[in-house]
Design a protein around this ligand. Structure first.
Ligand SMILES: CC(C)(COP(=O)(O)OP(=O)(O)OC[C@H]1O[C@@H](n2cnc3c(N)ncnc32)[C@H](O)[C@@H]1OP(=O)(O)O)[C@@H](O)C(=O)NCCC(=O)NCCS
Length: 179
């Protein structure tokens, strides 16, 4: 179900489920946003899906009752995306889901991240998850502030979780929220 939010500059941002037709635009978006920040887990050259492969992935997500992927659009263009993915159907872990969220740099700090997280939380509850998990690069102060504001608490640290092309290592902070 689409949801609208009004940005500080008056433009309307729509949060809606991704559709297979978004494949080409999403590939461009993933390549461009991965080049804008080191806080996402891939480099632009690692976004290697063809449009057809991406279309199939998006179709599978739409058919999966324990996954959600949404885009935020402004003036019909993708501004960001976010997702929930379950840990599978096994009884010991089926109560948990992972959350991911990202925006083009030009859309940071307009409240879209907060709105995405509120919507994902509602959907996660509706699906039946009782816990949301995420991992965030320790230096990502903006994301950590957003998650804390949305009720996530820090539960640990994964030492040297990522290694950048410049050879530097960075830790992940583990965060969760009970629903
Ligand atoms: C992380 C991200 C999704 C946040 O989305 P956003 O739309 O910019 O977030 P919002 O504007 O809704 O809220 C961010 C909050 O952090 C606060 N904040 C902003 N910059 C901050 C900083 N450097 N340090 C601490 N807090 C900061 C803001 O004040 C805001 O809180 P407020 O609404 O109470 O003022 C976005 O910055 C992004 O896409 N970053 C790159 C990708 C990424 O890091 N994804 C997360 C991977 S785990």
């Amino acid at each position: 179900m689409p949801r609208e939010i009004t940005l500080p500059d008056g433009r309307v941002c729509i949060l809606r489920p991704t559709a297979p037709e978004d494949a080409g635009a999403l590939i461009r978006y993933m390549k461009e946003t991965s080049g804008e920040t080191d806080f996402l887990l891939r480099y632009p050259d690692e976004v290697a899906y063809t449009e057809e492969e991406e279309r199939m992935i998006l179709g599978r997500i739409l058919d999966d009752p324990s996954s959600v992927m949404m885009v935020a659009t402004v003036d019909g263009e993708i501004a960001g995306n976010c997702s929930i993915s379950g840990h599978g159907a096994r009884r010991k872990v089926r109560h948990r889901c992972n959350v991911a969220i990202a925006l083009y740099r030009s859309y940071w700090h307009m409240g879209i991240g907060t709105a995405m997280m509120a919507y994902l939380t509602e959907l996660a509850k509706k699906i039946g998850f009782t816990r949301m998990d995420l991992e965030v690069v320790a230096e990502n102060a903006r994301a950590r502030a957003l998650y804390a504001k949305c009720g996530f608490v820090e539960s640990g640290r994964l030492h040297h979780a990522i290694c950048l092309d410049d050879g530097t290592y960075h830790d992940f902070i583990l965060m969760y929220r009970e629903l």
